[in-house]
Design a binder for this molecule. Structure first.
Ligand code: SAM
Length: 278
């Protein structure tokens, strides 16, 4: 089933948490000044127009990126840097997806491997990513989880792996956990960022149990914007990050309370920050 299109949701509260974590992680790798690759198993379309019919229909970016950009809160310096990065795009009526964030901040010499299965989003991704041509971007119109397993370990032994499915099918949760366990066996030094939605069915819980059984270093961050029993649907989202950059946990402890203040939809909003083996 491929009915999910990220164009309806780009820039929402879940993207702010996910893309902040990604932005910090890539920036950390860039500052280390050693070669690394970026692998995105569910790339989406790459770049989104926040004036498109899809975006206007749901207006989800209003409760996400626009709240961040329009806030007068004195932001922590890391969140401020992310806000500044997004401002450049929003001023052009755009919102950058995960592969575009990687393409923008990674040195041109580094390799990007992008997987996307939806035929329309794949061709939009192709045109977005090859615009201003970047020779080291490899695009694959195949299943991203299978693609990841055949790619690992990467030629360059340092890599960021972004796993961001739409979880349209309930077996996705099991499949992600199984794939990450297999991937970790092949490449235990990779930095894996796994996104998950918080929905009333709470299917993410079994996936998190399996991820914690991997016995790897991790940070888990959840941003809960509203009440589980309300009618807002996805009431929050989470990131499970294996082998996180040094300091990400500390940065999140300052940034998450600010995200709650900015993105809350009711008084039940809060965050969760856990970690293991760090
Ligand atoms: N990572 C993107 C971002 O942050 O900008 C958003 C990705 S969106 C949540 C999930 C994407 O996964 C959709 O574009 C969907 O078409 C794609 N997809 C679904 N199943 C897939 C699969 N098995 N392999 C690769 N892509 C898939």
């Amino acid at each position: 089933m491929l009915s999910y299109r990220h164009a309806f949701h780009a820039g929402n509260h879940a993207d702010i948490l996910k893309h902040y974590c990604l932005f910090e992680t890539i920036s950390y790798f860039v500052n280390r000044n050693k070669p690394f690759s970026y692998i995105d198993t569910h790339a989406g379309a790459g770049l989104y127009n926040i004036n498109s019919e899809q975006a206007k229909k749901t207006q989800e970016y209003q409760a996400g990126v626009l709240k961040l950009l329009n806030s007068n809160l004195e932001l922590d310096k890391n969140l401020f840097a992310f806000k500044k990065f997004l401002t450049y795009f929003v001023n052009q009526q755009q919102y950058p997806g995960s592969p575009y964030i990687a393409k923008t901040i990674m040195p041109k010499k580094e390799l990007l491997y992008l997987y996307e299965l939806h035929p329309n989003d794949f061709s939009i991704l192709e045109s977005n990513m090859t615009l201003n041509s970047h020779k080291n971007i490899k695009l694959f119109h195949v299943d991203g989880l299978q693609g990841l397993l055949s790619l690992l370990p990467p030629k360059v032994r340092r890599a960021i792996i972004m796993i961001d499915p739409s979880y349209e099918v309930k077996t996705d949760y099991v499949q992600v956990a199984k794939t990450v366990a297999q991937a970790y066996k092949k490449f235990s030094t990779g930095c894996y960022l796994i996104w998950y939605p918080l929905l009333a069915q709470e299917r993410h819980k079994t996936m998190l149990k399996s991820l914690s059984d991997i016995s790897a270093k991790y940070v888990q961050a959840e941003l809960i914007v509203g009440d589980i029993d309300s009618d807002i649907g996805m009431y929050g989202s989470g990131m499970w990050i294996i082998n996180p950059p040094f300091l990400l946990k500390n940065q999140l402890s300052t940034v998450l309370p600010q995200m709650v203040a900015l993105l809350k939809q009711d008084e039940r909003a809060h965050f969760i920050l856990n970690y293991g083996l760090l």
